[in-house]
Design a binder for this molecule. Structure first.
Ligand SMILES: [Zn+2]
Length: 294
């Protein structure tokens, strides 16, 4: 597993401490398999800057981390997204089915936090790699992993997950409701003046970004607004599996335009380690991403 030291590194945003908690990072899919608009001749000119961290030179697959962000404010310990988890039966992504590696929990502990310490869990959306550790299997029952947490879920996202009724909903979402730990909110919900949501629809209808502010500094966790740095070159490339590809592209383009050359620290779900940095302009393509050092 790559990136252990990176995953453990703490960053300070004003008086908020931010840790990236990595679950895994591996080649996952070829651009042509995931992006309807991708053509080999469109990918080729970008291989030199995407390889080897974002694009695997051997397989041509995009390398994606799956990870959470831990925030510690003066008042709360907060997790944003909860990765894939263990023993999940959803088979939409076969590589992620029935995992048994609990290293993610160890990394959370190494950051100084146990499951009982988490006050809030935010999910940018309710796909299998963003809500998996919401629960774990205890004595045959899916049980909230964080016994003292409120789980903040966009009501619109919850409704779509319920309607889909997949194993993700049954194993990672419904048990949170049944335990009385879910708080269904609007897509612009604010926990306080340091942590709040903004709508970022397209990948899913209820997808949100999580904004963070402290002492004049800002950060935002963008969830699945972007899956690869290739989308810095082609912001209109949306995933085949996005609920609404045109809306996802519009959301991504607006985000990149409005955050380019700003001080806002961007926390990504799936750009390669170290995964956090700033959107900047580039001479030969619409945008670039300046990663913070690991
Ligand atoms: Zn994802």
């Amino acid at each position: 597993m790559r990136g252990d030291s990176e995953a453990m590194k703490s960053r300070q945003l004003g008086d908020i401490t931010i840790n990236r908690i990595l679950e895994r990072e591996a080649p996952l899919a070829r651009p042509l398999d995931w992006f309807d608009k991708a053509l080999p001749e469109a990918v080729e000119p970008h291989r030199h800057w995407l390889e080897p961290k974002a694009l695997d030179p051997e397989t041509g697959m995009m390398i994606l981390p799956v990870q959470s962000y831990l925030l510690r404010t003066r008042h709360h310990s907060i997790l944003i997204d909860t990765c894939i988890g263990c023993r999940k039966t959803y088979d939409g992504m076969p590589e992620w089915k029935d995992l048994r590696d609990e290293t993610w929990l160890d990394r959370l502990a190494a950051a100084g936090v146990g499951p009982g310490d988490i006050d809030y869990v935010f999910c940018t959306h309710l796909h299998s790699d963003h809500c998996g550790w919401n629960t774990r299997l205890v004595d045959g029952r899916w049980t909230p992993t964080f016994p003292n947490a409120k789980y903040i879920l966009a009501a619109k996202e919850y409704a779509a997950s319920e309607a889909a009724g997949t194993a993700v909903f049954l194993e990672s979402v419904l048990p949170i409701l049944e335990a009385g730990q879910a708080v269904l909110v609007d897509m612009d919900y604010a926990l306080d003046d340091q942590v709040w949501l903004t709508p970022a629809p397209g990948h899913t209808a209820g997808h949100v970004a999580v904004n963070i502010a402290s002492q004049g500094r800002n950060a935002v966790m963008i969830g699945d607004m972007m899956h690869s740095p290739l989308q810095l070159a082609y912001p209109d490339w949306s995933l085949n599996s996005d609920d609404d590809q045109a809306l996802a592209a519009k959301t991504r383009r607006h985000f990149l335009d409005s955050h380019c050359e700003t001080d806002t620290l961007v926390l990504t779900a799936h750009l390669p380690s170290p995964s956090v940095g700033h959107v900047v302009p580039h001479a030969e393509r619409p945008f670039d991403f300046k990663y913070l050092s690991a």
